[in-house]
Design a protein around this ligand. Sequence first.
Ligand SMILES: [Cu+2]
Length: 493
Amino acid sequence: MSGLSRRAFLGALGAAGLAAAGCGARSGELLPSLAPLPRPFTVPLPVPAPARPVGPGRYEVTQRAAEAEILPGLRTPIWGYAGTFPGPTFELRRGRPVTVAVRNELPVPTSTHLHGGVNPPDADGYPTDLVVPAGFSAHHHGHPETRHQGVKEYRYPVDQPAATLWYHDHRMDHTAPQVWRGLAGLALVRDDEEDALPLPRGERELPLLICDRSFAADGSFRYPDHAAGGHFGGDHMEGVEGDVVLVNGAPWPVAEVTATRHRLRLVNASNARRYLLRLAPGGTPFVQIGSDAGLLAAPVAHEEIPLAPGERQDVLVDFSAYPVGTAVTLVNALGEGSAGNVMRFVVARRAADDSAVPKALSRRATRPADVGPAVATRRFDFRRGETAWTINGEPYRPGVPLARPRLGTAEVWRFTSDFHHPVHLHLAHFLVLARNGRPPSATDGGWKDTVDVRPYEVVDVLARFAGHRGRYMLHCHNLEHEDMAMMADFDVV
Ligand SMILES: [Cu+2]
């Protein structure tokens, strides 16, 4: 590991690096695998096991090192919630609070963020609110830390609409390498409104946690050495991209489906990679029913789905549009080479289908006019600075809030950028109002917590600060940018 501090290292970068950050379609830098890669569409799609409560509303999950067979024939050391990658899927129900005791048996501290969750500040996974394993004593930051010895109980009210959430590590300066090693999983919130809809269920509802990884020759995850611990060089400062696309932890998997409607909960859990998802052959659209934070008011059909790190899309795909026997590939139009494929569905047989595409989905207000007037407008500029990735010209300063919105109000937040920055707000869900002063993209609809801000774009969102007072944050969800200081606190007062 480099002995240079993060800031000294970044300060040593030249103007060439600064210029390179601005242009181009890529959102990170490829780190190629050294292991031989399997043929795509040979590994069956796994579905992560459900988390099992140990008592009413209580879960206990241990973060630990384990091994997984990700590339056939090779063993990959992972760090996983419950020793699995992805971690177990939490099935949550609106109105039923849960407590999750996260025990840390890894060699490093962790902090768990439930992404998209409307949770009190002490359960939000603040980056210095750490669960410290037994025997770990190093303090290597000047930042004040909260330390929970061995275990922390996260109390989640689950007072929010049905949505596809996910959880992942959020440790200060170390999020990117710790998520890369496997610390991520799904949490699905369900409610009565969603239950009343005739959506595909059971085996026809597939959560698809998509992320890219690179592998060393021995099968272990490959990650820039100098990056582990928040020390990046110029070569991967833009973000680390792998050449293997994993879905639910399996490389380019294949799933047999009936020729019926399916619900796909798409999650981009990648560190830096953006996707533009299409079906090949086409001929049937993605019918979007939900966004990051829950169901849309009404379905919207798309030929392609962009997905930046942290974003989710809840879509229906009707496989009855294809003859039995068709191989339907989910491709990534932004990916080069092996990263151009995501997974494959094989339409195996006809079957009865009692699902439908509802005309109306959620009664939750999704028009800005129904949310109420914005009481303030604030600007947040996401930019590569001389010494780090910055927001409003400053690297992250824990405990120094850049905004103090009032509980129960809505504000317009304007995001500007010099590069691809998927901007994520904790606690507050938002509606995308405009891109460059024009209407948002067709795929920007509904309540979101992460928005893909592209190079030199101006994105306006209407954020609602509801649920809890206290300290939260906004940050770039390119995890390498996040680790390189592209975060800021805001206090809900
Ligand atoms: Cu960024």
